[in-house]
Write a protein that binds this ligand. Sequence first.
Ligand code: ADP
Length: 502
Amino acid sequence: MSLILAIDQGTTSTRAIAFEVRNGDLQPVAVSQIELTQHFPRSGWVEHDAGEIWRATLQTCREAATKAGGAARFSSIGITNQRETAVIWDAATGEPLHRAIVWQDRRTADVTARLTAEGHEPGVQAATGLILDPYFSAAKFAWLLDAIPDGRARARQGEIRLGTIDSWLIWKLTGGRVHATDASNAARTSLMDLETLQWRPDLCALFDVPIEALPDIHACAGLIGETEPSLFGRALPICGSAGDQQAALVGHGALKAGDAKITYGTGAFLVANVGQTPVASTRRLLGTLGYQANGVTAYALEGSIFSAGSAIQWLRDGVGLLGESRQSEAMAQSLPDNGGVYLVPGFTGLGAPWWRPDARGTIVGLTRDAGPAHFVRAALEALAYQTRDLLDALSADGAPPLTTLKVDGGVTANSFAMQFIADICEVEVVRPAFQEMTALGAARLAALGCGLIDDLEARPSEAPAVWRTRMGHEDRQRLLQGWRRAVRAAMVAAGDDGESAR
Ligand code: ADP
């Protein structure tokens, strides 16, 4: 009875990982994974089949449980999920009424643009910590209700349920008995008050989403519901839930103000713990919940880099400079320095703190000496400069000073990039030996919620890899100046006078 089943429902796959609690820490013992079909019905639209997500969840849970010795050995379930994705289903049949609208989907851009033009952004940001953007769930929920005949009336009468992926899975796992979410997922809808952690009737009215159709908001650790006994041969309590980036914060043990984690995958996601009071960002970082557990409500600021590993992917698959991503390390190290070449990877615009969807990728500083290694080095260096921009925005927002940056994701295999981040950002970069921080966070929340552990502290059995700052002040300033000139050039290329990057 010392096992926890973590469900990690991501954008591209659904996984279940069984963890065993040993000496207060959690060790993975079994895993099962199924890829998820992506639907692109129109340009800018991205959908998932919620029924497929549920079937994959059940199958991976059963497989992981069987590999780990059977469901009888499990104490509880923890859930972590792709955030913001909106699901609509019929309360009576438990069947989805439409495909889920995925977080990347831009179909509601006109709604959030109209609300912004009407002057609603400051009020929404003050209440929820979020800017107005189609990324968040509220406008997606409204779109789904519009797509169903009598959608709003039926939602008000309790016939239709709305929720993010965590709510959908909790509903299905409990056989339709529990409609719940946790505060970290609710914080991504634009409908929850970040201080009271309750739905705001005024925001529900603003987005035209009936509050009756929304789930109850729970803490991230504690009993949320019990699974339908027939699913796993016995009822299992669901005792943990958190959105993927917040679960990773917990997985890293970034529990104190000033602790931060950044996941370097295709894009990069920074979440910085700012302590027990929300911090309002003036630099267009997102205010959000870190976690709510054990009587502690930890707040966070969040910033995203749209292109991180994808710049390396582009050099590999689009330009053909690399056979494999990992060759980028030796190529970058073959040069003594960047030779004045900078790459701003604005392939899909620039995220925080610039928020320029119209910016485009730009390379500056080319001379006749520049070769393939310069492009590769510039792409890796850009990870560090973009991280530095986020950390500067954090400190301008008055966030507690950050000393350690906890990292995970595919790019962290690259030691050159990790050292360069430590040098440019003037922080210690720490990479844990076990990398599945998202699933680990969900498992740890569930273990706390069912009483198998007493706190969320990380107690890894293997030592992490650590990179410390070695670069001198002058070199760093020179490189940062070069980067800022390059960002200005990217904005000029997008038709701007470059002033906004000053
Ligand atoms: P995601 O979860 O977003 O799919 P991953 O965490 O699996 O991403 O990381 C994959 C990304 O990491 C890819 O963009 C790949 O190019 C990049 N990557 C993998 N290994 C390296 C490496 N050694 N150096 C630089 N980038 C790498």
